[in-house]
Ligand binder design. Structure first.
Ligand code: PEP
Ligand code: CO
Length: 453
């Protein structure tokens, strides 16, 4: 599949936007040399397994659920925070499985989501201008000259934190924590008493009842691995190309290149130029690739991306993650769906209802409203229904922590509450209760559209 003139550093011949201004090239080269020698974080075989699941998504036989932090943090690096992010994704997956009657492909924005594109290279506070925070793998979020200086050693720290996070996730997903018999355990304390927490408990009760029945007829966790363990994949924005290419390895079985920093990588809305370095780099690795698509995307842009990233038109290879905003999606999406359908391109369409719906609250907090998020999701499904195309997945920024970063939802976070627990280092995330609200809505909407209710 890889073009003949592609190699892990061929992106260097193209313009790379959103790269940090590293103070010392020799330091950066030394770090990348180390990263190139360290063990891969994921295996090619696992990546191929994700690709197989995504082939089913492309055919409408499974559904993609992708979610996690906007930006992982070096400070908030704790077992409970990782565990709670897994819990909330597992809960959402249970709700969606039951609602859609389809397997859910679970992909975390985790174990590598450390680099951020910025709208402005500088940030000004009280008349002082400093380089913007570009994610913990580049600089620190605090507003001081020292903190904002890019430091390549942070790339190594991001690698080791990813390895450690992945280690815990692997232990939890294969070691019994994600066993369906634990379904009640995943309800987080602060959510359990809410309407959605209670709804989730009812669902979990039904599931436990079915498991008891299955146990009686001889189907149990010991003889059926699907009850005891789950497949959980990792993903992040492939932004810092020095890092991504350093972790790119040739698979000994197939001789193909894989970016072994995560199972799935995506290209952001700001770096998806057809002749740019990010598209060049990701066109050559065999991981499933996502591309964020916003209101400025034209039919030519997306057809060009299909040709460059998925020249053999393989199902599951390319996902367009739509992030238009609830007011713009109706203008933009139908035309793009028609173009792709007319050309017969294999695409998974996923909905990111977060990034087109960010605004500033009167007190200056960057936030998002659950109503706008739900609105965009509803439009996404309605437009697919009208066009006769498949809505393949959803993409969220969320956390299991009890934060107050997005407004609305069944626990009713108000704009004046944002200050209470506003902890994100970048964009506002759904808290666990808001994530359940949304999962129930998606399940209900798709049930109706499929005529299941
Ligand atoms: C993100 O996913 O955090 C992000 C920056 O998204 P986008 O590229 O869609 O703006
Ligand atoms: Co974000």
């Amino acid at each position: 599949m890889t073009a003949n003139n592609w190699y892990p550093n061929s992106w260097k011949k193209h313009e790379a936007l959103q790269q940090p201004d590293w103070p010392d090239q020799a330091d950066l080269d030394k770090t990348c040399k180390n990263l190139g020698l360290y063990p891969p974080l994921v295996f090619a075989g696992e990546v191929r397994s994700l690709k197989k699941h995504l082939e089913l998504v492309a055919k409408g036989e499974a559904f993609l659920l992708q979610g996690g932090d906007c930006a992982e943090s070096f400070d908030n690096f704790r077992a409970d925070s990782i565990r709670d992010k897994l819990k909330i994704l597992l809960q959402m997956a249970i709700i969606l499985t039951q609602g859609l009657n389809k397997p859910i492909v679970k992909v975390g924005r985790i174990a590598g989501q450390f680099a951020k594109p910025r709208s402005s290279p500088m940030e000004t506070q009280n008349g002082v201008s400093l380089p913007s925070f570009r994610g913990e793998s580049v600089n620190a979020p605090y507003f001081s000259e020292e903190a904002r200086q890019p430091d390549p050693l942070r790339l190594e720290r991001a690698y080791f934190q990813s390895a450690s996070t992945l280690n815990l996730l692997r232990a939890m997903t294969s070691g019994g924590y994600a066993d369906l018999n634990q379904v009640h355990e995943w309800n987080l304390d602060f959510v359990a008493k809410s309407t959605q927490g209670k709804r989730y408990k009812e669902l979990a009760d039904k599931l436990s009842e079915s498991l008891r029945f299955m146990q009686v007829v001889g189907i149990n966790a010991a003889n059926t691995p699907a009850i005891h363990e789950i497949e959980y994949f990792t993903s992040h924005e492939a932004l810092i190309l020095e890092y991504e290419s350093a972790l790119t390895r040739r698979d000994s079985l197939t001789n193909d290149f894989y970016d072994c920093s995560a199972h799935m990588l995506w290209i952001g809305e700001r770096t998806r130029q057809l002749d740019g370095a990010h598209v060049e780099f990701l066109s050559g690795v065999h991981n499933p690739i996502g591309v964020k698509i916003g209101p400025s995307a034209t039919a030519d842009d997306i057809l060009g991306l299909c040709d460059k990233i998925n020249p053999h038109n393989e199902p599951g290879r390319l996902t367009f993650i739509c992030r238009f905003g609830h007011e713009k999606i109706q203008e933009s999406l139908p035309q793009l769906l028609r173009t792709v359908a007319k050309e017969g391109k294999e695409i998974i369409w996923s909905c990111d209802p977060m990034h087109g719906n960010t605004y500033s609250s009167p007190s200056g907090y960057k936030t998002r409203s659950i109503d706008h998020i739900l609105n965009e999701i509803n439009h996404f499904f309605r437009i697919h229904k009208a066009e006769g195309t498949l809505p393949g997945g959803v993409h969220f920024e969320l956390t299991g922590d009890n934060v107050t970063e997005c407004v609305g939802g069944s626990l009713e976070v108000l704009e004046e509450d944002l200050k209470d627990r506003y902890e994100t280092t970048c964009d506002p995330r759904l808290n666990a209760a808001q994530s359940l609200d949304i999962a129930f809505l998606v399940a209900e909407t798709l049930q109706k559209k499929n005529g299941l209710t």
